[in-house]
Structure formats: structure tokens, C-alpha cells
Design a protein around this ligand. Structure first.
Ligand SMILES: *Cc1c(COP(=O)(O)O)cnc(C)c1O
Length: 233
């Protein structure tokens, strides 16, 4: 089942769109199954759950006496991240997609400075109708990229924009949300040429709306329930 869906998605998605398998609420065994089907990028939304899956993989390597087992797996983080949880997440992920506040960005920058590494991030603007304090206004994205262009955030690499459409059946609302995210992404590219070499990702689209997202320039779709079914753990 998992294998079938992954193969279907990969044949259906344009070559420019990366498939991110959202494995939250699903056991490590499901990740292995997806990996065997050729999937390499997985995303988690809770720090503890990510850390426990990384530990499950390490345990499997010991069990199999194979240190290289699944060594090319790539983890992304897509959930709300509190600044006191950075050490559970940042050592393991190649991309934090869900940077939704300046406070978090500042904390990640200093974590990177202390650890001697650069943290790859997507900025998450808030465009959906749901009332939430998380996520940036379009103007905040600009001021962050302005600061980066001035040489601030030396330990952050800005890789693009991540976003979610309003949770609704109304396709017009979804289209308008994706159009807003695309506009923020394109404005960022054109206004901040010094960051644009790295700024290549527009992560939009989930199980229910990924084909619409592809129409609006998605480079990365985040698909969970369609691949793994409904939540298990
Ligand atoms: C859970 C989640 C997804 C995947 O959603 P599905 O509808 O299960 O495909 C994508 N993005 C984020 C940020 C999520 O939290």
C-alpha cells in the first residue's frame, strides 16, 4: 500500500517537485517500508517523536550490524518548534521548514553559531484564514531577508517559503492562499538577490491539495495521510 502510493505520486509529480513523506504519528516500520519503496525525505512535526525515530533507526543499525543502513535518509522538521527543543531537532534534520517567528530564528542562529554549523530553513508566512499567532506576515518575511542581506543571520541559510492553505473544501480559497504564498516567494526572490541563490524552495501542498499546489509553483509537497493512512501512534 505505502509502496504503491509512493510510486504513483512519484510518477505523477513533475520532476521539479520533491516528495516529502510526512511520517508523524506513524511507526518507524512504516518509514522503513517507504524507504524500501525509494522514498528518502521524511518529515516530522514533533521534536520528541523525531528524536525517538532517529533512535529507532540507530537501534536498527545495531540490530542489523549495518552502520550504513538507510544512511541516505533525510529528515525535515515541519511542526511548531519551541526554542528550548532545538537540540532534539537541529542535529538530525537537513531542513527546518516551519520557522514561524523571529525569536525562533534568532535562537536557531545562535545554536548554529555555537555548534559551528549553518541551519537550513524555510520561512512560514501565515496566509490561511484560521486564527493563529504562528507564522509571519509578508512584511516580516521582507524584514528578515533584509537583515540577512545586511549580513545578519550568518548561521542560517534561507532556502525558501513553506505554507499551508486554509482548511476548507472551497477550492477558490485554497487557490487564493497558494497564490499569496507564491507571491511572497517571488517577491523575496526579486527583492533580495543576495539570498536568492539559496532561496529555491516553495513548500506547498499536502494530501488533499497537492495537485493545486503544483499549479502554483510548488517545489516540495508534504504528504502524510495519503501515503501512510490515518494516524497510528
Ligand atoms: C501533517 C502535516 C502535513 C501532511 O498532511 P496530510 O494531510 O496528512 O498529507 C503537511 N504539512 C504539515 C505542516 C503538517 O503538519
Amino acid at each position: 500500500m505505502i509502496e504503491k502510493v509512493i510510486h504513483r505520486l512519484k510518477s505523477e509529480l513533475p520532476a521539479t517537485v520533491k516528495l516529502v513523506a510526512v511520517s508523524k504519528f506513524h511507526p518507524f516500520e512504516s518509514i522503513e517500508e517507504a524507504y524500501r519503496a525509494g522514498q528518502r525525505i521524511f518529515a516530522e512535526s514533533r521534536p520528541q517523536e523525531l528524536a525517538s525515530k532517529v533512535r529507532a533507526l540507530e537501534a536498527r543499525r545495531i540490530e542489523l550490524d549495518d552502520p550504513g543502513y538507510m544512511s541516505d535518509i533525510e529528515w525535515h522538521f515541519i511542526g511548531h518548534l519551541q526554542t528550548n527543543k532545538l537540540k532534539l531537532v537541529l542535529p538530525y534534520v537537513s531542513l527546518v521548514q516551519s520557522v514561524d517567528s523571529v525569536r525562533l530564528l534568532d535562537a536557531m542562529d545562535s545554536w548554529g553559531r555555537t555548534s559551528g554549523c549553518v541551519v537550513n530553513v524555510l520561512l512560514e508566512p501565515h496566509v490561511a484564514a484560521e486564527d493563529t499567532k504562528q507564522g509571519f506576515e509578508a512584511e516580516e518575511v521582507k524584514s528578515i531577508l533584509q537583515a540577512a542581506s545586511r549580513g545578519e543571520y550568518k548561521n542560517i541559510r534561507f532556502k525558501g517559503i513553506m505554507g499551508m492553505a486554509t482548511f476548507t473544501d472551497d477550492e477558490n480559497v485554497i487557490r487564493s492562499d497558494f497564490a499569496s504564498l507564491l507571491r511572497i516567494y517571488e517577491d523575496s526572490l526579486s527583492e533580495f538577490p543576495s539570498v536568492s541563490a539559496d532561496f529555491q524552495e516553495l513548500s506547498i501542498g499536502m494530501s488533499d491539495d497537492y495537485s493545486i499546489a503544483v499549479e502554483y509553483g510548488s517545489t516540495m509537497v508534504r504528504i502524510g495521510s495519503m501515503i501512510f493512512g490515518l494516524r497510528k501512534i
